[in-house]
Write a protein of this length. Sequence first.
Length: 599
Amino acid sequence: MPGLSRDGLDTGTSAPVRPSVDSSGSRAGLRRGAARGAGLLAAYTAVVLWLTWPLARHAATHLPATHLIARFEVPYVAWVLAYQAHALTTDPARLADANIYYPARHALFYGPTCWGLLPYFAPTFLTTGNPALALNLAFLACLALTAWTLHLAVRRWTGCDLAGFLAAWTFLTTRWVLWNGLGPEPNYAVLQYIPLIMLLAAERAPGPRAFLLLLALVVLEGMTSPAYIAPAVVAPLGLLGLSRLARSATRREGFRLLGTVVVAAAVLVSLHAGHVLVRRENPALPEQTLWPGAPYFPTLLPWGPLTEGPAAIPRPALYLVLAGALLVALESWLAPDPRSRRAWTQGALWTAVGLAISIAPSALWYGRPIQLPHTALARSLGVYQLVREPGRLAIGSLIGLSSLSGLAFAACTRWLARPGRRAGLGLAARATAAFLLAAAFYGDYAYGTSPGVPPLLPLIAAPAGSSPLVRILRHGVGPVLEIPAGWLDRPSKLAWATWHAQAMYRSTFHWRPLLNGYSGYWPAGFPEHMALGDLLPDAQALAVLRRETGLATLVVHRPALAAARQASWDALAARGGDENLELVGQTGDDLVFAVRLRP
């Protein structure tokens, strides 16, 4: 097609010419390209800071709280990343034996390990010792990087920066990203490799180096989550590899792609072997959780996945994708463009596969119950014991639809960029169209769904490492139990999980063994120990805990207790303790007791 270079980019010229440059010119071009890329990344960082304000202002003291589950999920992620950074730099041999659920073994592998986010978290944490600052900076960085790589991938396909911007803006203004998905669970924020994986997978006849790079990116992306992110990446790549096996011209590519998937899967399985070990050690593990059974809701087909969850991009963006798809289908029939077809195929593939695998075992088609073959197979294999929220698997659709949004803008406005006497006017019109679309995306993000998005991101204060309570715990030795611990005070599941997650976060400042714990599952014996904690200061319960766990310190959070229990602890504190417990500190509403019993 006129105006397309050999690699399919819209150059705005009728005769593509590849000028020859000397080595100094190449270096200068590389410097300009690097500066341009750095400028784009800085711009997206500024946009992310604006969308998440005032998180950057309070990054050292607060955590995002855009959803109820953020009150325990975000502190959990901060704890697990802090523990891994601490263990890997002090005692790597004891990495599996995290300091929660004491004295259980392999406590790290009862929940997500978040390996993918660790490289972004560890440098800040090891430098400052502040898990809130480290997590917030890692979260903001991953959002900016994902927007940036989306921009680069779509610009590579279209030659249009405005198209790249709209792809990135579609991702950032998808409500699920900040409010229902990545915000409350930042461990899934490492999505910046997926656009690059899509770009490499779309290349025609890539060399061995490209496949090695693809393998590295798939492993890095899969490390984010073996249950949700890894399948969302491996499934479309595997399907693409199988489709290429069907043609002799692309069979070698198909084998390479499938080989990449198999090797990446093997590496990821080895990285998460600890979860397999925990499963073997706990035959009843599926019931050892705060969320037993199947917590997922039926998928409302055909439109439900596009109205909530990762694939629910702004409605104007969805309309743009549909318009662009119709136009590209017409153009492909009249004048095929291989580069455009490959780009659209990638976006459509990741969107379709993500939507398909995210369908829950119980689905409703216009209100009528149905079960699709692949969900029935997954259920028979026990997949849904691990994938308890299938809707998260649509993360691939989020990236696919975001890229299609940029591709659609390029297709619908390509005629405005045609060379001619009024090229400047066409560029201005294209920029105006992009601005109006971006405003429409943001309008739908902020006001399109009730109750709407507040102007400021909700935050919650993180436990401070400089608090008097932490100072007391830091100077002690031995296992710690923070009360309330069990169910005697009749808390909701959210309150119970929050208590334990706060105790875990606090432990990042003292690293003493902790009887408390919250994660996807818990070890056998943990509920019994927490039930004994409910009976304290009963002497017999204390003796059992001391014998079985070596309990050395009790922290009592008085406001969280029922009135009768609070009164008993207040009376004990007024006496300075008894023969079993000694009051060693009182900070605000918290009491700290040392256990006097012999171990």
